[in-house]
Design a protein around this ligand. Structure first.
Ligand SMILES: *Cc1c(COP(=O)(O)O)cnc(C)c1O
Length: 372
């Protein structure tokens, strides 16, 4: 039995049918750039996220980039973010000419260590970009307290956290803006690239809208030097259908995580991810730790279990990121985690039988270790 890491194919005939109808509608409408289907999806996704405005852009990276640019962040500025994130978080900061300042993470929930943020703030700091890594929300009220004290905007990287909640509030209700990716493997994935910024700030929304469309306010009225970075209309049509199934998909991911916890608990040297009380984790990824990570991964692969590492290299150790810097204390937790973490298969259709099989394969590895 081979267990894939994710399964991106549309396995439901019902959803496939709805998507076909939506795509044909888009083809018939003939508005292939922006238009009604993009506006309708922006409206429904922003509402789902608890925000007033949604601005569909070309990718999650672009959502972060254009939001930082719309906030006027630029060369000489510093932006605080997590050391253990996907490279795109730091790329977006670098695109505007600012320096990513990397903060260490908590060893248990893997999220940026909120207690270390304040000491990373300097007179050059212009924003905080917390990352809701693996689908678990960062403590936004605590971050907003720090941000308010220093008068800093907070741009959330929510690219892994569609549908996550803090208490009963969606992420779009917090901070300056939240940025999402619709990369196919995300909890809400398109059949290509896409992204969106959601915000309650009217002026910010307007600036991002101009930036994504060459800097135009209206046709031939260029207010700024913008970009061509719009959410594709066909993708918006597909996403509008898939959004209706997101909550169900997230519940299935949570059930899969619960099954993993049940079958992996107290097993060998595996450390399970910590789920914080009071938040809804949407398990974009299920990330465990093991002291013999590389050997365990080889064993999983040999036994047909596909897995991954998110991420093998903290940002400041990526060669192209010589311009980033960590806080003076360094990022020992993120560095140590990078050699211990492994992401197990996780997608809504993952069955209990498949999860039990993953656990058996891990148990066999730990049994070998105990003998050796
Ligand atoms: C996927 C992702 C991004 C970038 O999204 P793209 O749509 O691939 O550009 C940014 N940050 C995080 C944490 C991500 O997981």
């Amino acid at each position: 039995m081979t267990i894939p890491f994710v399964d991106l194919k549309c396995n439901s005939p019902k959803i496939r049918q709805e998507i076909s109808v939506a795509v044909e509608q888009a083809i018939d409408d003939g508005q292939y750039i922006l238009g009604d289907q993009v506006a309708a999806f922006e409206h429904s996704f922003a509402g789902f996220c608890g925000a007033k405005h949604g601005i569909g852009v070309g990718s999650g990276t672009e959502a972060l980039h254009l939001t930082l640019r719309a906030l006027g962040i630029g060369p000489g500025d510093e932006v605080i973010t997590a050391a253990n994130t996907f490279v795109a978080t730091a790329l977006a900061i670098a695109y505007v000419g600012a320096t990513p300042v990397l903060v260490d993470c908590d060893p248990d929930d893997y999220l940026i260590d909120v207690d270390l943020i304040e000491q990373a703030i300097t007179p050059r700091t212009k924003a905080i970009v917390p990352v809701h890594l693996y689908g678990q929300p960062v403590d936004m009220p605590a971050i907003l307290d720090i941000a308010a004290k220093h008068d800093l905007p907070v741009v959330q990287d929510a690219c892994q956290a569609h549908g996550a909640l803090i208490g009963d509030k969606p992420l779009g209700a917090f901070g300056t803006a939240a940025c999402y990716s619709f990369y196919p493997s995300k909890n809400l994935g398109a059949y290509g690239d896409g992204g969106m910024t959601v915000t309650n700030d009217d002026a910010l929304a307007e600036r991002i809208r101009m930036l994504r469309n060459y800097g135009q306010r209206a046709k031939n009225n260029y207010e700024m030097q913008g970009y061509n970075s719009r959410l594709d209309t066909l993708q918006a049509a597909i996403l509008a259908v898939k959004l209706r199934y997101l909550a169900d998909g997230n519940e299935r991911r949570r059930a899969a995580a619960e099954r993993y916890r049940h079958v992996l608990l107290d097993q060998g040297d595996i450390s399970l991810p910590y789920e914080k009380p009071g938040v809804k984790h949407v398990y974009h990824l299920f990330v465990v730790q093991h002291p013999q990570r590389d050997e365990l991964m080889a064993h999983l692969q040999q036994n047909g279990v596909q897995c991954g590492i998110h991420y093998p290299t903290p940002i400041h150790q990526i060669v192209s990121f010589e311009s980033s810097r960590t806080v003076p204390e360094g990022v020992p937790v993120a560095t140590r985690l990078a050699s211990r973490i492994v992401s197990l298969p996780m997608f809504p259709e993952l069955t209990h039988e498949q999860i039990d099989r993953v656990a058996q394969v891990i148990a066999a590895f730990d049994a070998q270790l105990a003998v050796a």
